[in-house]
Design a protein around this ligand. Structure first.
Ligand SMILES: [Zn+2]
Length: 498
């Protein structure tokens, strides 16, 4: 049976649509009869069924169809193993309904796009290279709004994502492209999300971390970013970081906005009882794990499933007098020993355990402040931390390089992106690699002024405007007498900018 050769990242839906065009068939039902021996097969964009039947008829492997030509890989790592198996079965088989429900996408806050989407520049490339165009998978993932190849925003086609006419496979076509104006340029947040979606789609079979693995992963992530105190996670601090990387418009469009912080975001740092969508996971990775490969993140979470999860102890009641007395004893032990760890070793173990059971919040707070006050950093391996942090700085630098809209990437800005910034700033003397990075890559006032000018000039070029030097200076907030010598050099180099 004839079936087209697949193009890179092509949707199965697209392959079937091209098949009808290549065979010159008018009737959609005729095509279904040929491919599936059944005219009632629904044309599903993301999670199609009947894969085994089709694979048998066209001489392919069903697993290959599933992994390389459907959106199954967007769901598989985020649902428990048993549900992943059932979803896979439902897609392979012809008679198990409810694939979409198993993926968790019907109940999730994340909705589907309204239309199949495309990149007009990719269409041009495809037309040139293959003589026809096709639907790519990564364009159809909700929330991934940028073309990962061209860095422009995707456009809606007139083909609905979920159709009334359930048996029609409609092929992509260059005539969709009726752009009036210029294409939107994707910001760094949008590009990061699309890049992560592409990685997820091309991952192939991977382990499923399950609720336990993801729970632990996000607890550790919070701790890495200095946002956990005991078992409490300060989700508000982390949410601010998300807000600074992604626009409100994007968050709202994808159902990710709510209270500050939204309840889904808070729930992510608690014990998982339901699965979260790929977009919710990716939103966090794009902010807190920039540059880390998706496969590595999933493996990390999978391995964490085997760490023991500490059970929260219920707090026991205590008489007020008793509480006060033990607090005083513990404070005395802390000042005698210089820190909680020493105090526990030197006979304070039972007292610690009692307070942990009866007065945990106070205990954690007291130990936390005591820790920083007494500067108990003698145990820290600074050269190891130096290597870890400089790697983080390099990743942050790479991630921030493309974004012309960022505030000045000063020494303090870089430090502010790191966990425990105050402690890092205080101990730079012991961290030569980080110091060298900051000296080399912190942005000077002049460099920052040039970046602002560059951004304004690019904006003008895109909109076909022309601004005089004084207009540019005013837009970029360059006050008379405050223009750095480097910036003056740049302006002269650009021919005075008139
Ligand atoms: Zn493109």
């Amino acid at each position: 049976m004839y079936f087209p050769r697949p193009y890179p990242d092509e949707l199965l839906y697209s392959l079937i649509a091209r098949c009808r065009v290549h065979l010159g068939l008018d009737s959609h039902k005729g095509l279904l009869r040929l491919l599936f021996d059944d005219t009632r097969v629904a044309a599903i964009t993301d999670l199609p069924t009947h894969l085994e039947l089709l694979a048998g008829n066209i001489g392919w492997k069903a697993e290959e169809l599933l992994q390389q030509h459907t959106l199954f890989p967007l769901y598989a790592p985020f649902i428990p193993e048993a549900r992943r198996r059932r979803l896979r079965q439902a897609m392979l088989a012809a008679d198990i309904p409810g694939a979409i429900g198993l993926a968790g996408s019907s109940t999730s806050r994340v909705k589907w796009p309204g239309w199949l989407r495309y990149c007009p520049l990719c269409f041009e490339d495809m037309q040139g290279r293959y003589g026809e165009v096709y639907w790519r998978r990564c364009w159809q993932a909700m929330g991934a709004d940028a073309c990962p190849v061209h860095g422009c925003m995707l456009l809606d086609s007139p083909v609905p994502y979920r159709r009334q006419e359930r048996h029609e496979f409609i092929s992509a076509s260059p005539v969709f492209d009726r752009r009036g104006g210029a294409l939107g340029v994707a910001g760094s947040g949008a590009m990061a999300v699309s890049g992560l979606v592409v990685q997820l789609l091309s991952l192939g079979a991977c382990p499923t971390p399950g609720y336990r693995g993801w729970t632990r992963f996000y607890q550790v992530l919070a701790a890495d970013h200095g946002a956990s105190r005991g078992r409490q996670v300060k989700a508000g601090i982390l949410w601010e970081r998300v807000r600074s990387c992604h626009t409100s418009g994007w968050l709202a469009c994808n159902g990710l906005l709510g209270d500050e912080p939204p309840s889904w975001f808070v729930a992510l740092f608690r014990k998982h009882r339901n699965s979260f969508s790929f977009l919710q996971h990716i939103t966090l990775w794009s902010v807190f794990r920039p540059g880390q490969a998706v496969g590595e993140i999933i493996r990390e979470a999978h391995d964490m499933a085997h760490y023991p999860v500490p059970k929260p102890y219920a707090q026991l009641p205590a008489a007020p007098g008793q509480l006060q007395q033990r607090r005083e004893h513990w404070l005395a032990a802390l000042s005698r020993n210089g820190g909680a760890k020493q105090a526990r070793i030197n006979g304070g173990g039972a007292l610690y355990a009692w307070l942990y059971r009866h007065d945990r919040e106070w205990l954690m707070q007291t130990n936390g402040t005591r820790h920083t006050k007494s500067g108990n950093n003698s145990q820290v391996d600074w050269s190891k931390r130096d290597r870890y942090l400089v790697r983080l700085l390099i990743r942050i630098g790479e991630y921030a390089a493309e974004d012309l809209a960022l505030p000045r990437k000063s020494r303090n800005w870089f430090l502010g992106q790191l966990p425990h910034r105050a402690s890092v700033a205080h101990h730079l003397g012991q961290m030569p690699l980080c110091r060298a990075f900051l000296e080399r890559y912190s942005e000077s006032v002049g460099e920052f002024q040039i970046r602002r000018l560059t951004r304004a000039i690019l904006e003008d070029t895109r909109q076909g405007n022309h601004s005089n030097l004084w207009e540019l200076e005013r837009r970029c907030g360059l006050q008379k007498g405050r223009v750095a010598p480097l910036t003056v050099g740049f302006i002269n180099y650009m021919g005075g900018l008139d």
